[in-house]
Design a protein around this ligand. Structure first.
Ligand code: KIV
Ligand code: ZN
Length: 506
């Protein structure tokens, strides 16, 4: 059976989603999980864009050995040289060169002629080819470009050495049949098309990214660019899990396969959601909380009698845990370790000890500990950024009579202890002001949300915040059974990220 190559761009286009910044360690953690998931290509970043992106691509290229590691570059010599520097240590490196092709972009943005674009595309692919054999080219905004001009560019870049030609629906404007005809046209009108893989990269502005990608696959495209949970610029990219499960579930229709280990899908989705702070909508296909829940009595009856009546996919096939065994106060190290293994975590001895003591602490406050509690606990305990300031204590007084007041105590790695207090319009404002008095980095809070991890009055509260400083957004997360403590942890997490990013930039 023929195979569709899965090109994951969660760490590049996905990270371009407003507010979705990830630090280097988080990118590496996601890349490791993408490798377990079995993606063929990881687009790890856009190295020339920031020093942080360059470092992340370089680290991923060094550490992740099975998939192709791809770096994005504009059709500009400096971009291509920098992309190569970042991926040169990869076992399988790729450079992905892109340049706008539509008249809309040429006239209003680049102010260049079609001839100039054609020449630059050819020259820059040739430049990338001097470094590496595996070169991809994308004529940006292809779906709004005159097809005849796309055929010319595609032919020229294949002549220059491109091994993959990617057709992007950059602004999510295409309609499936029309996009399919563009792909047909490429196969019919580009004489050397047999020397390259045809790829597609669809955005979701009209909610058609997956439909357009699948239409292209039907017409012969053999690489799909997509992201976990469909995150990406604006309305996002085609969702990896939807593409993969459509090809797998409707194998009778597509007669194609992928390299993806579908049992890793749910875990990957949770990880990306956790680290980016983008929650997955409940009705999201494949990975949404309601994707396998049956509410209607008729449906429940059918599923009990025979799941296939209303379930086209077995939830276990995408890695949704079969049991939701609840752990508690009396659960020991062994039970906790087994549950972690079932959830797909394999921790070092030291990390396991930290996680276990956090679990015991939580079990003292909360009756039943579910899988979601464990995921939240792991995220808190093991994914802390290296801290410039650590939150030691936080105390608030609030209510409908007095003025909300907070005192906080922070410590630094060299043992300094710093304390301060502040008043606020509410307890969170008071805590944030008190912390701000100590840390003193100007920033503004642009997003604050709190949600409970599970149901029940003793549930863990998860706080997600985004702060902005000098035009850059930093995400912070905190979890605790006390939501004021969770809010303080989230603020410290965002501030520590901000300070770490500044240190790296210096
Ligand atoms: O959407 C787009 O056109 C892109 C290109 C860089 C492939 O992301
Ligand atoms: Zn894109």
């Amino acid at each position: 059976m023929e195979r569709v190559i899965i090109f994951d761009t969660t760490l590049r286009d996905g990270e371009q989603a407003a507010g979705g910044t990830l630090n280097i360690q988080e990118k590496l953690e996601i890349a490791r999980q993408l490798e377990r998931l079995g993606v063929d290509i990881i687009e790890a970043g856009f190295p020339i864009s920031t020093p942080g992106d360059f470092e992340a691509v370089r680290l991923i290229a060094k550490e992740i050995r099975t998939p192709i590691i791809c770096a994005l570059a504009r059709a500009h010599p400096d971009d291509i040289d920098r992309a190569w520097e970042a991926v040169r240590e990869a076992e399988h490196p790729r450079i992905h060169v892109f340049l706008s092709a539509s008249d809309i972009h040429l006239i209003y943005q680049l102010k260049k002629s079609r001839e100039q674009i054609l020449e630059a595309s050819r020259d820059m692919v040739a430049r990338a080819k001097k470094y590496v054999d595996d070169v991809e080219f994308s004529p940006m905004d292809a779906s709004r470009t005159e097809p005849g001009y796309i055929y010319q560019i595609v032919e020229a870049v294949i002549d220059a050495g491109a091994t993959t030609v990617n057709i992007p629906d950059t602004v999510g404007y295409a309609i499936p049949d029309e996009f399919g005809r563009l792909i047909d046209g490429i196969f019919q009108n580009v004489p050397n098309i047999g020397q390259a893989i045809v790829s597609v990269h669809c955005h979701n502005d009209l909610g058609l990214a997956v439909a357009n990608s699948l239409e292209a696959v039907k017409r012969g495209a053999r690489q799909v660019e997509c992201t976990i949970n469909g995150i990406g610029e604006r309305a996002g990219n085609a969702s990896l899990e939807e593409i993969v499960m459509a090809v797998k579930t409707r194998n009778d229709f597509f007669n194609l396969t992928t390299n993806i280990d579908a049992r890793q899908i749910y875990k990957t989705s949770r990880l990306v959601s956790e680290l980016t702070g983008f929650t997955v909508q409940p009705n999201k296909a494949i990975v949404g909380a309601n994707a396998f829940r049956h509410e209607s009595g008729i449906h429940q009856d059918g599923v009990i009698k025979m799941p296939i009546t209303y379930e086209i996919i077995d939830p276990r096939a995408v890695g949704i845990p079969a049991s939701s065994l609840v752990l508690g106060k009396l659960s020991g190290r062994h039970a906790f370790k087994e549950r972690l293994a079932e959830l797909g975590y394999s921790l070092s001895e030291g990390d396991f000890d930290r996680a276990f003591s956090a679990f015991k602490e939580l079990a003292d406050k909360k009756k039943g500990i579910t899988d979601r509690d464990i995921e939240s606990l792991i995220a808190q305990e093991l994914r802390t950024v290296s801290e410039v300031y650590h939150l030691d204590r936080v105390q608030v007084s609030c209510g409908d009579r007095g003025i909300p007041t907070a005192s906080v105590m922070l410590s630094t790695p060299d043992g300094q202890v710093l304390a301060d207090a502040a008043l606020g319009t509410g307890p969170v404002a008071a805590v944030y002001k008190a912390i701000h008095r100590i840390v003193g980095v100007s920033n503004s809070l642009i997003e604050f949300s709190v949600k409970s991890v599970t149901e029940g009055i003793d549930a863990i509260g998860e706080v997600l915040i985004r702060i902005e400083s000098e035009g850059i957004t930093y995400t912070g997360r905190g979890a605790d059974t006390d939501i004021i403590v969770a809010s303080a942890k989230a603020y410290m997490n965002a501030l520590n990220r901000l300070l770490a990013a500044r240190k790296l930039a210096e």
